[in-house]
Ligand binder design. Structure first.
Ligand SMILES: Cc1ncc(COP(=O)(O)O)c(C=O)c1O
Length: 388
């Protein structure tokens, strides 16, 4: 493990910054009680970090700062996207989404189509991996309730034109939601500027928190129906789930160590700067792509010029199954990548890669170095040259 080159940061950022481990563990040791549900000092202190994090993340995402309670926590992006899809759509509604989505959107949307009388349209991406905003515009119908688009692809690495799509939705009076799982922490996000009504985030990727924390940010003129109910720790005599935010979208005891990790993740991001983190990762991503381009038999998917891009690159090597390449990289070269369909089957379907079992994804994080990249290029070169 000492020599491991970790290039699976799109799955989860690893390692986390030292300050995240230190702060979260120390916080949990000293203040790991159920927050705000009792009047004693420790519970109040635990409650304060959640409330302060709502304020901090609302600002970070460019949400409505006068209503930080609309920044609600859950397990992860999957959890938030389920609340969004199931809480905004009902029978007779039309939803527009895209082929770059993750299963955390595709599956809840498909379940709503199968079980709840919702109609869905999936927009394909162009040959560079981008959704054309005009395709969204042309797909809007009188019963379109929601457009939901992945901000950054976890397979192709392309960053979508969210602001332009948001403007179309605003003009047409359609709700617009985006999934920032791959972008939050590396690409600036501003809900107001990007015309986003609802945003989903996950804590454990570039936000640098631990797994098991994520959530959603809801603009003040949007309301999401409750699709769950349970304990909130306040007004316990009320027989139904509370209508007011954040309780409306939060259920049961929150993940306090996750909250603390996200708080410290914000410290790390603020200190380095989102743009600087992205630039550092993209310099490495360009080095990787340039190296791969020199290798015969390597097919790179997505946007060639790396504009509007994340540091995620998916490839295949002629005559090799993606899964076999992943195993060789792991066993022979100590390089961790992710192979297969990456929970985004429509990307692979549109690229014609489902039968060949997807691709090999290299995803660069804040702690990768030029040496890691050079070793990955060398390894792919050796594998490609071993083709029969
Ligand atoms: C684009 C995208 N959306 C959603 C998710 C789901 O994130 P989580 O597993 O943290 O819910 C992921 C995770 O890989 C992702 O890449």
């Amino acid at each position: 493990m000492e020599n491991l080159i970790y290039l699976d940061n799109a799955a989860t950022a690893w390692p986390k910054p030292e300050n995240v481990y230190e702060f979260a563990i120390d916080f949990y040791r000293k203040t790991g009680v159920n927050p705000g549900r009792s009047g004693f000092d420790m519970a109040i202190e635990a409650g304060n970090i959640i409330e302060n994090l709502r304020v901090r993340l609302t600002k970070f995402f460019g949400g409505d700062e006068d209503v930080p309670e609309r920044l609600c926590f859950g397990y992860n992006a999957t959890d938030a996207l389920n609340l969004i899809v199931r809480g905004l759509l009902q029978a007779g509604d039309h939803v527009i989404t895209t082929n770059v989505e993750h299963n955390s959107v595709i599956r809840p949307v498909n379940c709503m189509v199968r079980d709840n009388g919702v109609e869905a349209t999936y927009i394909p991406f162009n040959n560079k991996g981008f959704i054309d905003p005009d395709d969204i515009k042309n797909a809007i119908k009188s019963n379109t309730k929601l457009v939901i688009v992945n901000h950054g692809s976890n397979v192709l690495g392309t960053v979508q034109f969210i602001k332009e799509i948001g403007l179309i939705c605003k003009e047409k009076g359609v709700l617009f939601a985006t999934d920032t799982s791959q972008t939050a922490g590396v690409i600036p996000v501003n809900m107001k500027e990007m015309n986003v009504d609802v945003l989903a985030f996950t804590g454990h990727k570039s936000l640098m928190g631990f797994t098991g924390i994520g959530g959603l940010c809801v603009r003040k003129d949007v309301d999401i129906r409750q699709t769950r109910s349970g304990g909130t720790g306040v007004r316990s005599a009320y027989p139904y789930h509370l209508e007011e935010y954040p309780f409306r979208m939060e259920y049961g005891t929150p993940n306090m160590v996750g909250v603390a990790s996200l708080w410290a993740g914000q410290d790390f991001i603020e200190e380095r700067g989102v743009e600087n983190i992205h630039k550092q990762e993209m310099d490495l991503a360009k080095r990787l792509v340039n190296g791969f381009r020199e290798i015969e038999g390597v097919q790179i998917y997505g946007c060639e010029d790396m504009e509007n891009h994340l540091s995620t690159i998916t490839i295949n090597i002629d005559k090799f199954e993606a899964g076999d390449v992943g195993i060789i990289l792991d066993v022979d070269f100590d390089i961790a990548t992710r192979t297969g369909l990456h929970c985004a089957p429509l990307v692979h379907k549109q690229l014609g890669l489902v039968e060949s079992h997807g691709g090999v994804r290299f995803s660069i994080g804040a702690f990768n170095t030029e040496e890691h990249i050079d070793r990955a290029i060398e390894a792919v070169d050796v594998i490609a040259k071993s083709r029969k």
